[in-house]
Design a protein. Structure first.
Length: 213
């Protein structure tokens, strides 16, 4: 029985495919930045902004959710941010560099915070982000009670976020560099106060105690 012919993979076609994908993601990012706080960005709008057919958008992204998840990763890559740091040290370093980069993409970042599409984009990654932060902080939270561990992880999410950057800029009068240093310092203080294995029920809140067998 003759073997089936091998399919030739064209490097030029692969490059064109990647360029189209980038154009679609850039189009969504641009729409989010200009649409305002009441945006309702559709796949048709993205296709028009990218200069491609609607079916082309769906060829690259099977659904609107998939497109928004990919756009969040694309934006993080452009900013040099690591949305899933592996260690506390990497988390702190990425926080500093991300806040610095946020200043260079201020319009896009504010759109990601305030527009419905931006919120949708960020919330699409919440489950994966929570798991990544939990793994990242596991070495310092291993000895904590469950409720304490949840609080530490939640504070890490807060401090490493675009809303934290915005508040530190608008209310604190800080630059992106300064905001990154301030947020990283606050997270370092929290993490340095944790001594794995020393958490006791005597130190726990009533809610913590109820979680114990």
């Amino acid at each position: 029985m003759p073997s089936s012919p091998r399919r030739y993979r064209s490097p030029l076609r692969d490059e064109q495919t990647q360029q189209t994908r980038e154009r679609i993601l850039a189009a969504l990012g641009g729409l989010m930045e200009t649409a305002g706080e009441r945006d309702e960005i559709s796949m048709d709008m993205v296709a028009e902004a990218a200069g491609v057919e609607r079916r082309t958008v769906f060829r690259h992204f099977e659904s609107r959710d998939a497109l928004f998840r990919a756009c969040f990763q694309w934006l993080n890559t452009r900013l040099g941010a690591e949305p899933a740091p592996k260690t506390p040290a990497q988390l702190l370093a990425s926080l500093r560099s991300a806040f610095r980069a946020f200043d260079a993409q201020e319009g896009a970042m504010r759109a990601a915070i305030h527009s419905p599409s931006g919120r949708e984009m960020r919330l699409a990654t919440v489950t994966a982000r929570r798991a990544a932060f939990s793994d990242c902080l596991a070495e310092v939270t291993a000895g904590l009670l469950p409720a304490e561990r949840a609080r530490v992880e939640a504070l890490a999410h807060l401090l490493y976020s675009a809303p934290a950057w915005e508040v530190l800029k608008d209310y604190g009068g800080l630059t992106g560099d300064q905001a990154g240093e301030a947020a990283a310092w606050a997270l370092e203080v929290i993490l340095s106060a944790i001594t794995p294995g020393n958490a006791t029920l005597a130190d726990a809140s009533p809610a913590d105690k109820e979680e114990q067998p």
